[in-house]
Structure formats: C-alpha cells, structure tokens
Design a protein around this ligand. Sequence first.
Ligand SMILES: [Zn+2]
Length: 279
Amino acid sequence: MRRLVAALLIGLAASPAVAQTRYDTPWAHVETPAPGPARSIGGPARGCIAGAVALPAEGEGFQVLRRWRNRFWGNPELTRFITRFGGEVAATLKRPVLIGDMSQPRGGPMATGHRSHQMGVDVDILFTLGPMAAGAREALKDPPSMLRPGGLSVDDGRFAAAQVSLLRLAARDADVARVFVNFRLKKQLCDTLPAGNRAWLNKIRPWAGHDEHFHVRLRCPADSPACEDQDGVPPGDGCDETLDAWFRPPPPPDPNAPKPPPPKIPQLPAACDAVLNTP
Ligand SMILES: [Zn+2]
C-alpha cells in the first residue's frame, strides 16, 4: 500500500511545448507484468496495462533500443503491429527500423520522458533506419534530428523518401489511430506529397519534438473494454488550421495570471490499483 501513496512529485523541468516530467512513481519500479489476459486500462496519459507482453530484442525488420530501460512492454496488439510493420519495412526498405520506448511492464506514468505510453498501445520509432549493433542500441543517446541545426527547417538529406515510406506504412495500418510527428515534418509532407497519395496524411498529427522519432498510437484493442480511445482524427489531410496553429508564436504571457499549479501525477482509473499491486 505504501507504494500507492509513494507517488511523490520530486521535480520538474518543463517547457510548454515539450513536457518533460520527472517523477518518483511506483510504476517505474515494477519489473514484471501483471498476470492475466492482456487488458489496456484508461487513456494514453492516465492508464495502465495488465498481461503486457515483451517485444523481443530483434525480429524481422526491427531492432529494439535501450532495453535497459525496461520499456519494451505492450498490449499483444502492439507487439503484433511492430512485427507486421517490421516485416513491411524489411520488404520495402531492406533495412530494420529502430524501436524506442513502448510501456513499462505494467504501464502507468514513467519517471522521465513521456506523459503518454501508459497503457501499452504507444511506441516510438526512430526516423533513422538500422541496422545498429546491439551495444550501440543500448548506449544510444541522441538520435539524429530530421530538422537542420536550430530546428527551423527540415533536413531534406535526412527526411527523405525512406522516412516518408515509414510514415506511410504506419499510417496505413488499420490498427493505428494516430502517428505524431514534428509539425515541420507534417508541413513538409503537406507541401510535397502529390495529389492522389495523401489520404494517409490524415493520421499524421503535428506535435512538438518528434523530430528524431515518430510516435505510433494504436486504437484501443477490442478485448480491452476499459481502454478509452481518443476522439477520431478529423476528416481531411490535416494540412489546415490545426497545422498552421503550430507555426504561430504563443501569445505573450499575462503578468497578472496566477502561477499555474505544479503538475501532478495523473489520477489513474481505480482498476489500475490492482494492476500495480498484484504480486
Ligand atoms: Zn512517444
């Protein structure tokens, strides 16, 4: 029980654009999945998973990064997606993709790095293709950005046909709900893709960061009734106001606005208590 109340916020380093949390959370200390059939519970940024399965360190068309973080767990739907995606990438590009964080063994909030990835349906995938030696995969620190130094324009030498193929293959997968990429990369796709080959752009959603990896989020698995889907993506290719808004400077801060409260550990669904505490 102490573990439940030990969720103590110990610090924070945040910019509004790229939220970086730094918590001590009991979820980060659990080393094994909760037993039982796979169930994703809650939402991407306030949830957990029972019966998570581990993605192998490598397979056809994929290699996993930084296994020491123990974030290679997911709903079986997610490991099946990665296996399927890897196979398609291997057939198309003849090189493996590099798989980053999925979820912790029982999901939940992470001590560092993500707000979502909490219920085993999210995965980060590098834009840079492998292969990469096992030691280098564990030691990887700063993968190459697809933006030029300064971050104001797309590096065409890196964000090239293969990277567009990765996004297209992911977005066309029926189990994929959304693919998050840096807003400048989305704009590049909007500006360069020919008519008639743009329907998949719908699922490519602009976000901050995400210039060295893209983030794939699956729909809720059918056998996880307590999994809450986000609203569906709006119709159209998304090359619209929802994208343009990312390019406008934020309004100047209001000096009279009250100081925002410090961020809290999200309140998870009650069913997650049992997921955390089951031996
Ligand atoms: Zn992510």
